[in-house]
Design a protein around this ligand. Structure first.
Ligand code: MG
Length: 276
């Protein structure tokens, strides 16, 4: 199989994994699997492409090592989907077989890479890769959100329900932190914002769990071949104190975004009694 064919094969694998993720049930126990599977399948394709652009044999082997890890992790999550009965095994097995075959091909390529020149792309495809290296260029997005606090509403921040006598007045569950992070990711991608994707006059999103919005942003990010580098958030809230809840909120964000907790930072400010 030529390098160009393998680029296409891993890309098709990534797309099929995304489709499968979309078919997974929309409930909390499947969200983590969704985010992890879409991340590692997308990374398999993106890193194979990047391997062929490596400037040295060492760089080629290093990238190929990442492809092996990501393809193998894809096997793990696909097997988990089957074991947890999240989808019929007959639907998942073909993709699991493809992930296993890709892993085997990459393992074989790594074994033979030593002492060999890395595969050479044709002039046309190499030019194309150079013109379109978007997953290699970091992008930064900014998100902001503000909600009024009203009695009779739950106060939900970062997927966590906080004990308080009022909550955010919003069409959805009013999770300002998830909303802001969703917009930051969409902004980095240059795509529609949260209000355009999930209009506040659409009954489907009334009292909706905002993890749905953040998960959609994550899926779009993964589909473009990107992953979280780091996330730095500031929540302005006079009451209640957010400090004790930081670890749980950071873990929620990391889980939804398919990254380590160490890549997520959360700061809490009171705004000194001024409008918060
Ligand atoms: Mg909002």
């Amino acid at each position: 199989m030529s390098p160009e064919e393998m680029i296409e094969r891993t890309r098709q694998f990534s797309i099929r994994a995304m489709r499968l993720c979309e078919a997974l049930p929309n409930r909390p126990d499947a969200w983590h699997i969704k985010s992890q599977l879409s991340r590692c399948a997308g990374s398999t394709a993106a890193n194979y492409r990047a391997a062929l652009r490596g400037r040295s044999k060492a760089e080629f082997s290093a990238k190929l090592g990442i492809v092996e890890e990501e393809a193998d992790e894809s096997c793990h999550w696909l097997q988990t989907v089957i074991d947890a009965d999240l989808l019929p095994a007959a639907r998942v097995q073909p993709l699991l077989d493809e992930a296993s075959e890709i892993t085997a091909i990459i393992v074989s390529s790594l074994k033979t890479a030593k002492g060999r020149r890395r595969p050479q792309q044709t002039h046309d495809s190499k030019q194309s890769a150079i013109r379109n290296p978007k997953s290699e260029i970091p992008r930064i997005g900014h998100g902001y959100d503000l909600h009024r606090l009203e009695p009779g509403r739950d106060l939900i921040v970062g997927g966590l329900k906080l004990e308080h006598d009022r909550g955010c007045d919003a069409h959805s569950d009013g999770d300002v932190l998830y909303h802001a992070v969703t917009d930051a990711i969409l902004g980095a991608l240059g795509q529609d914002d949260i209000g355009q994707l999930f209009p506040d006059d659409d009954p489907r999103w009334q009292d909706a769990d905002s993890a749905i919005f953040l998960h959609e942003a994550f899926m779009r990010m993964s589909a473009e071949g990107y992953a979280i580098g780091n996330l730095d958030c500031t929540v302005i809230l006079q009451r209640p104190k957010l400090g004790p809840h930081k670890p749980e909120i950071k873990a929620n964000l990391a889980s939804l975004l398919g990254c380590a907790v160490s890549q997520v930072n959360l700061k809490a400010k009171t705004h000194e009694g001024v409008d918060a």
